[in-house]
Design a protein around this ligand. Sequence first.
Ligand code: ATP
Length: 573
Amino acid sequence: MWITVGQVHRNVLALASSRSCFILGDHLPFRMLSLPRAVRFHQTASHDTEIVEDKSSALTLASLEVQNKVENGKKERVKRPGGPKPSSRASALKVKPKFSSFNAKPVKSALPKPAVVRKTLKIDESLFSAKSFEELGLPPLLIDRLNKEGLTAPTEVQSAAIPIISQKHDAVIQSYTGSGKTLAYLLPILSEIGPLKRPTEQPSTNKRSDVDAVIVAPSRELGMQIVREVEKILGPNDKRLVQQLVGGANRSRQEEALKKNKPFIVVGTPGRISEISAAGKLHTHGCRFLVLDEVDQLLSFNYREDMHRIIEHVGKKSGTSSRDILGPLARRSERQTILVSATIPFSVIRAARSWGHDPVLVRAMSVVPLDSITVPRPVLSQTGPNSNSPSNSVNQAAVDSLPPSLEHYYCTSKAQHKVDTLRRCIHALEAQTVIAFMNNTKPLKDVVFKLEARGMKATELHGDLGKLTRSTVLKKFKDGEFRVLVTNELSARGLDVPECDLVINLDLPTDSTHYAHRAGRTGRLGRKGTVVTICEETETFVVRKMRKQLAVPIKPCEFTEGKLLVHKEEDVE
Ligand SMILES: Nc1ncnc2c1ncn2[C@@H]1O[C@H](COP(=O)(O)OP(=O)(O)OP(=O)(O)O)[C@@H](O)[C@H]1O
């Protein structure tokens, strides 16, 4: 039987995250489960979006692995017709690292040899499938706008997601960082609502005071980035039809804009959206789309109450109450729910599945019904005592979240010498746009001070800065005024600085999921990128553990005399 489009009763709202769980409506037991090692769908290929046949035998991510390997063998590299607009800064970037041999040890490096000619960051064209936006059935007005913005062909995850969302499925979109997930959900939404939508004979049933789409993101930066993306597509005349509702900004101005502009789409952070909704200034009962971007973070304990309200109210069918006599079936909403992240722990799949409505898991080259995904066997230490532990589930979520174009290294340094190591690393790799991550806010200033004292333009970004300062810092960094952005976890998710060619971990990330999101700030859309973790000698076992969990080579190295020296390590897997 093929997957069909259909409205089935949405039953229970149950949300669970890898770290915590909250439950709306009926109670569901919460167990931490893990994702299997899944195939790297992000390897380059071009073929049609595939809906996997729902035969009676259960489909699993593991079974997909086999299938995809077969498909990969048939892949052809396809030239992308046209391409994205080259960024002015990108064209000025130089990314060739310098190398030399190291002692008598054989030195192994996957990076290119030193070159005198400096290169620009190039996009991997094979990331784009053969399909055009026209073939995906997007409306002409929308395609016009995309072309005007230099967007001529969809990426693989867009090719997979657009038809599925257009068919009204609830969807979980998982694809590696920088693969274009934002447009993967925005384009089918903008095909249905707003000024660029496809012409339809049916009059809208939505009250004009209700918004049609709510997009939730965990940080102001990511929220604003999504707003800019929508504004870009809508064009200058219609950009007021998207409204940001992020925290830290003036709330009454946001409320006035809602009243005056009557936007059809709002993008914001959980706290501000639920605050304005609770005040009766944001009407979402008639809403058709709810998107949770970085869903695994949004479903964590921190956002529990706000997310509860959003999920209960957005698209809520009128005339139903949460204590309806018919129980959860009667509480179903009319909205389509789209969950997005590079890292999807099994708990998110289970939560989405419990919402009903034919939910599917969309990845770059496959679409499967969530019901077919079985509790995964853990990838690592399958017989180990903690194989089903929460942390294992979190770690498994990170597999397949990293862009294939990244190079990963680690080097050791005493804590007091880390900034010097950072500086030597930047010089050796000739990196131009660097994001350095730390775990706490306080030491950021000190690192900036030390870098500036050594003549390297640097700035800090963290949540204690005001909204205006945060956006100014980010803009200046994007514009190339600073070479290094020293930041904390705030910038790890979703932040799109296409020119970023080096990510540094000055402190170890908490786990492999955090490593993946930090690393994903470079190597965007197939560009080259390097990730270097600077740790103390006693911490190297953590890096080796993450290397296993992520299934990527993180090679030991050092930076000497302006060069990257890659060590050979016997146990690199
Ligand atoms: N079809 C396309 N053609 C050209 N550029 C594109 C296309 N789709 C997306 N992009 C660009 O690719 C970059 C990465 O996209 P996006 O931020 O959506 O990635 P993502 O998968 O959401 O990453 P993350 O997981 O880090 O949030 C952005 O600069 C975006 O404008």
